[in-house]
Design a binder for this molecule. Structure first.
Ligand SMILES: CCCCCCCCC/C=C/C(=O)SCCNC(=O)CCNC(=O)[C@H](O)C(C)(C)COP(=O)(O)OP(=O)(O)OC[C@H]1O[C@@H](n2cnc3c(N)ncnc32)[C@H](O)[C@@H]1OP(=O)(O)O
Ligand SMILES: NC(=O)C1=CN([C@@H]2O[C@H](COP(=O)(O)OP(=O)(O)OC[C@H]3O[C@@H](n4cnc5c(N)ncnc54)[C@H](OP(=O)(O)O)[C@@H]3O)[C@@H](O)[C@H]2O)C=CC1
Length: 293
């Protein structure tokens, strides 16, 4: 197979299905989040969907947010069939007005919001030297600005109502020079720094903010990478396998629920040890790095 063919993307069924998420065992008590309301951006994506299922199974009402109404409605339907509470809200997190209108609507509908999980995000893999201005801005606007609009809108309403809250931001491992996704590393480093600063500034408001940095987690989001790049992701950590969206969902509950009540400003890396050993090449391994292979 030549490099051209290596770079071909193929669409594959990846990650966990709704049926699997509905029955996946969990360490958490069935009523751990009873009566609470959680907003999950990217809630119909691979990781967000697992987060939505787990929070809902633990008794929370889950509001899944994204741009694609069909995807959101189909998920809410499946959650409803399993007897858990969920609703959909269509919004582009890049649109601050839409984000603010959404939080007003949610407070009117539910009288409370307890947790925000920001899982909406993504990037296209490309050598940084070839980023267009539009492409760079799309990634920064989605992952840094969009996440910020969500955080600020949630926090303003918590402040105004003297209500405690927790935020979990799903980011990317930023301690590596992850090749081909420099735009997202820049955006996510911004989110991690912002979260540390706000952990202090918003502590008097009883708001905690933490991040989760996933390693290679098999989801449909991987379809933006070539088959060859995806096939190599298990070698990105010493466990030699990808993680599952459930690994991230349980980490999100751990940080959001009372189990995390003394944790704020932290980034929890869930990567099977990938920070310490492993290789990740989102655009394939360049010849320069093949010396000795
Ligand atoms: C150590 C541990 C190991 C850890 C190991 C970890 C390995 C993997 C790490 C990360 C994994 C994941 O995140 S998993 C995947 C998560 N999901 C995704 O990434 C989904 C993919 N994409 C998106 O969500 C979006 O497209 C996103 C990039 C954020 C931007 O969305 P928007 O709708 O705002 O913008 P778009 O309309 O798509 O595109 C806007 C412009 O962006 C540029 N653009 C978009 N796609 C492009 C492309 N393929 N190639 C070039 N340029 C592109 C163009 O300039 C576009 O303009 P025009 O040219 O005019 O159109
Ligand atoms: N899977 C992995 O290996 C890793 C993932 N991550 C990060 O975790 C997060 C979740 O990833 P994953 O679930 O795999 O990816 P997916 O692509 O499956 O899901 C991302 C979701 O984000 C939503 N989204 C994207 N842009 C916007 C926007 N502007 N407004 C509202 N919603 C938006 C999309 O929904 P819609 O199209 O409906 O808008 C999509 O469902 C992302 O930030 C990703 O970069 C980090 C490291 C590794």
């Amino acid at each position: 197979m030549d490099d051209q063919q290596h770079d071909q993307q193929t669409s594959a069924a990846l990650g966990l299905s709704d049926d699997e998420l509905a029955d996946h065992p969990t360490v958490f008590a069935a009523d751990a989040l009873a009566g609470q309301v959680v907003v999950v951006s990217g809630g119909a994506g691979g990781i967000g969907r697992a987060i939505a299922w787990l929070f809902a199974r633990l008794g929370a009402h889950v509001v899944v947010v994204g741009r694609n109404a069909d995807k959101l409605d189909a998920l809410v339907d499946r959650l409803g069939h399993r007897g858990v509470k969920a609703s959909a809200h269509v919004a582009d997190i890049k649109d601050a007005d839409a984000v603010n209108a959404m939080f007003d609507a949610l407070w009117t509908a539910h009288g409370r919001v307890d947790h925000l999980v920001n899982s909406a995000g993504g990037q296209f893999p490309q050598a940084a030297i070839d980023f267009s201005i539009k492409g760079w801005n799309a990634v920064i606007n989605t992952n840094l600005n969009g996440t910020w609009y969500m955080m600020q809108a949630a926090a303003q309403r918590w402040r105004d109502r003297k209500h405690q809250g927790s935020i979990v931001n799903v980011v990317v491992v930023t301690t590596h020079g992850l090749y081909g996704i420099a735009h997202t590393i820049a955006a996510r480093s911004g989110v991690i720094g912002l979260s540390r600063a706000l952990a202090v500034e918003w502590a008097p408001l009883n708001i905690r903010i933490n991040c989760i940095a996933p390693g290679a987690i098999e989801t449909e989001g991987w379809n933006v990478y070539s088959e060859a790049a995806r096939a190599a992701y298990p070698r990105s950590n010493p466990m030699m396998r990808p993680g599952t969206p459930w690994d991230i969902a349980e980490a999100a509950v751990y940080l959001a629920a009372p189990s995390g009540k003394f944790i704020t400003g932290e980034t929890l890396t869930v990567d099977g040890g990938g920070q310490h050993w492993g290789e990740t090449w989102t655009t394939g391994k360049p010849d320069y790095f093949k010396g000795g292979d």
